[in-house]
Ligand binder design. Structure first.
Ligand code: COA
Length: 380
């Protein structure tokens, strides 16, 4: 079937397969807190006079119990452990690569892309478009998506998009629209998230949040092959906020020429983010459900972005109209932490095999922007 010949005909779009990969290095809360507290103790000792004089604030101590209780996270898989725990660096150690070498983030993405293609039995040359949808890309150009497109042997088009933790569902929204309108037959959406590179492991309210992982989704036009998940509809919506913000970017070098002390960081007002997102995300998911005339009782499961277990509890209840259980809105926070946009796809892949043909689920991701993405899917 060549959908492009059938102008005006709406094609059904299918999630044919997904893939994910989390690196083997794991940091427990206890390990992370030991390192953070050592950093805090050294900072406070080195700056004791200024702290006593009220010129600067002491760095407060963290605790593993607080992290488990406040977030539901017990450990996270990370790209490189030793550098994150080293109080002189607090970031992963990643050697620079040569001009012609595969880039770190593309290699990371390929670990999720390959299984997604293998499961679908699809060769990279059959992909019309590649969307890299993640919180950050390691360089400005050429697009990471161009590199991945080249690595899988695809022609056609590609582009990178960023909408923080919701990126994967923004990518799915576009892929769905392009397939439905006949502009493409097969689109790969991949989300390689190495958030430990941009997290600030010296800040108590964020040092424990993120883990690293990559995910991929193969979205295609229905050609009659059985299986997969029909995309019933997708919806995205934004509401600008500065309460969760990363300032790393291409202006930094210019800023350092003016202020060498400037530290672009990751800032969040956790309370505000919690409150705003818990009220905004369910509205977007419910709007999609209303468009599709999908009652909450007809939704067996919600695969939610894994930011914080209390947020997951509240958002699940507002979307599903019933208390969250591991059956109706599973959580993978304990093992992986917040893996940004890859989390919703990982959650779906780990917790969907038991669903039966005809059953419906909702994916919902939320994060900085604020951006919220939702997708309703039905097992075929
Ligand atoms: N270790 C130990 N104690 C800590 C701590 C830490 N890491 N962080 C805060 N505390 C203390 C506070 O000082 C406070 O103590 P006090 O009561 O004596 O003043 C107490 O614990 C509660 O702090 P609070 O900030 O109210 O915690 P919280 O329950 O609101 O949780 C966040 C804080 C950051 C976990 C929570 O606001 C959150 O998860 N927000 C959303 C963040 C998020 O998910 N962002 C990504 C969205 S995609």
């Amino acid at each position: 079937m060549d959908s492009r010949d059938e102008v005006g005909i709406v094609q059904t779009s299918i999630i044919r397969s997904t893939g994910f990969w989390a690196p083997p290095d794991v940091i427990t809360n206890a390990e992370l807190v030991t390192s953070y507290n050592a950093y805090a103790a050294r900072f406070n000792a080195d700056n004791a006079e200024a702290i006593t004089a009220g010129e600067i604030e002491a760095v407060p101590l963290s605790s593993a119990e607080f992290i488990s209780h406040a977030s539901g996270i017990e450990r996270r898989h990370v790209f490189e452990k030793s550098g994150i725990l080293d109080i002189d660096t607090l970031v992963p150690r990643i050697p620079p690569r040569g001009f012609d070498d595969i880039s770190v983030q593309a290699e990371f993405a390929m670990r999720a892309v390959r299984p997604a293609l293998e499961k679908a039995g699809v060769d990279g040359s059959e992909i019309d478009g590649v969307i890299v949808a993640s919180s950050a890309q390691q360089r400005n150009f050429p697009g990471l998506s161009c590199e991945i497109q080249n690595l899988i042997g695809a022609s056609g088009w590609s582009f990178d998009l960023t909408m923080a933790c919701s990126s994967a569902l923004y990518g799915l929204n576009i892929a769905n629209a392009m397939i439905r309108s006949g502009q493409a037959k097969r689109i790969l959406v991949c989300s390689p998230e190495i958030m430990t590179c941009i997290n600030v492991h010296s800040r108590r309210d964020v040092h424990f949040i993120f883990g690293d992982a990559a995910s991929a989704m193969l979205v295609e036009a229905d050609d009659g092959t059985p299986g997969g998940w029909e995309v019933l509809g997708t919806h995205t919506q934004n509401k600008f906020s500065n309460h969760l913000r990363s300032d790393y970017g291409f202006i930094n070098i210019a800023e350092w020429t003016v202020d060498p002390e400037f530290k672009p960081g990751l800032d969040q007002d956790g309370h505000r983010v919690f409150k705003d997102v818990v009220s905004f995300a369910p509205i977007v998911a419910r709007d999609l459900m209303a468009q599709l005339e999908l009652e909450p009782e007809a939704v067996r499961r919600a695969w939610l972005h894994q930011a914080n277990i209390r947020m997951v509890d509240l958002i699940a209840k507002r979307i599903l109209g019933r208390d969250r259980t591991e059956e109706n809105a599973p959580s993978i926070l304990e093992e992986y932490g917040n893996t940004s946009s890859s989390s919703v796809v990982m959650n779906f892949e780990m917790n969907s095999d038991d669903m039966k043909p005809g059953e419906t689920g909702i994916m919902c991701a939320y994060g900085a922007g604020y951006g919220v993405g939702a997708a309703a899917i039905r097992k075929r």
